[in-house]
Design a protein around this ligand. Structure first.
Ligand SMILES: Nc1ncnc2c1ncn2[C@@H]1O[C@H](COP(=O)(O)OP(=O)(O)O)[C@@H](O)[C@H]1O
Ligand SMILES: [Mg+2]
Length: 338
């Protein structure tokens, strides 16, 4: 067995490499952007690649490369079941509805007149989302029909930039107020008001669809559960001040008693149905305290989970102690090959 790893300066890859070194697992570093990548992996039976939703190149060729190799019999991470719906909340709506997962009700329209008709009859507030984005960057509350109408017209007009420059600036100002060291990010965000991101240039505007969700009120936090194979871990993320959005807030609670285990149980159940290698779930709670999934995601910032005090196995037994979840990805792939 030999594992091919695409190395980045961020994400899972450096810990994958360290784990291979530690466990004496044969591996080689490959470059997924290279035209001869198929040749590069020809002496390997696994490819691990943490591709990212805001990298232009990854958006252009990440999924096609991984799925091509998978179809040819190479084990890949993320595989098709894990990755096809990555950064695509429209795809996730269909998938999670189709398997009967407990989700927040979503509406998607591909026709302006139909969307406007719906918006005239809807109650407010509702949540508007682009299909892509993370850290709450493309998620907003819609207060009334006028605002919904404006969003719908834009969705079927010029569309939305795939990078939300004003949203990002607001977020960087918020972070700067609590941590003056983040001034560099603030300066970069100001620059991006004038020079947009390579990603936004490459993928172009988001248009031709509009996605709304039912607003699940009175949630001062969301629960993020990550399932990797037969293990799960979780954090509680508090919402920003005067906001309903938790993702990206940076206010994290790690204590086990903060986590409703119903979320963990649902996360295992849905992951098995999805036959996915690794899924991060965001849950909010309805008025009866039932967890509802708002979105799923294979790629997460695993360092943020290092302070987790332990994990659950698939029998919901708790295992106390620290761990590095990136290692589990390699471990699971190796176990499947043996
Ligand atoms: N339908 C909803 N009702 C209430 N809160 C929501 C809803 N959808 C999202 N949120 C909140 O907004 C945050 C960001 O939404 P999410 O869909 O997870 O987008 P992102 O991909 O940016 O993380 C979530 O962490 C949650 O706190
Ligand atoms: Mg989220």
């Amino acid at each position: 067995m030999k594992i091919a790893i695409h190395k980045s300066s961020w994400g899972f890859s450096q810990d994958w490499i360290a784990y291979c070194e530690k466990q004496k697992i044969p591996y080689k570093i490959v470059n997924c952007y290279s035209s001869d990548i198929i040749q590069q992996v020809s002496d390997c039976n696994v490819l691990l690649w943490h591709h990212h939703h805001t990298l232009a190149k990854d958006a252009v060729m990440g999924k096609p490369l991984l799925f091509a190799l998978e179809q040819a019999g190479i084990k890949v991470f993320p595989d098709f079941n894990t990755g096809w719906h990555f950064d695509d909340k429209v795809g996730q709506k269909y998938l999670l509805e189709a398997i009967g997962a407990p989700i927040v009700t979503s509406w998607v329209f591909y026709d302006k007149a139909e969307a406007l008709k719906w918006s005239n009859e809807a109650t407010y507030p509702k949540v508007f989302k682009l299909r892509g984005g993370a850290g709450s960057s493309n998620v907003m509350l819609v207060k009334d029909q006028q605002q919904a109408g404006r969003l719908i017209k834009k969705a079927f007009g010029n569309g939305f930039a795939s990078y939300n420059k004003w949203g990002d600036l607001k977020e960087q100002i918020r972070k700067f107020k609590s941590d003056k060291n983040s001034y560099i990010h603030l300066l970069k965000s100001i620059r991006r008001l004038f020079v947009s991101t390579e990603f936004a240039h490459t993928v172009g505007p988001q248009k031709g669809y509009v996605l709304f969700q039912k607003f699940i009120e009175n949630n001062s936090f969301d629960i993020r559960v990550v399932v990797i194979g037969e293990r799960a871990f979780a954090i509680k993320r508090m919402v920003r001040k005067d906001d309903f959005r938790a993702s990206g807030s940076g206010f994290i609670k790690y204590d086990k008693k903060e986590i409703d285990e119903k979320c963990v149980s649902i996360a295992f159940e849905v992951t098995y149905k999805l036959k996915a290698q690794c899924v991060a779930y965001d849950f909010v709670f309805d008025q009866n305290k039932n967890p509802l999934i708002v979105e799923i995601n294979y790629g997460f910032a695993h360092e943020a989970y290092f302070p987790c005090p332990g994990y659950w196995d698939n029998k919901l037994q708790w295992h106390e102690g620290s761990f590095n979840s990136a290692e589990w990805i390699v471990e699971n792939v190796c176990n499947e090959l043996h």
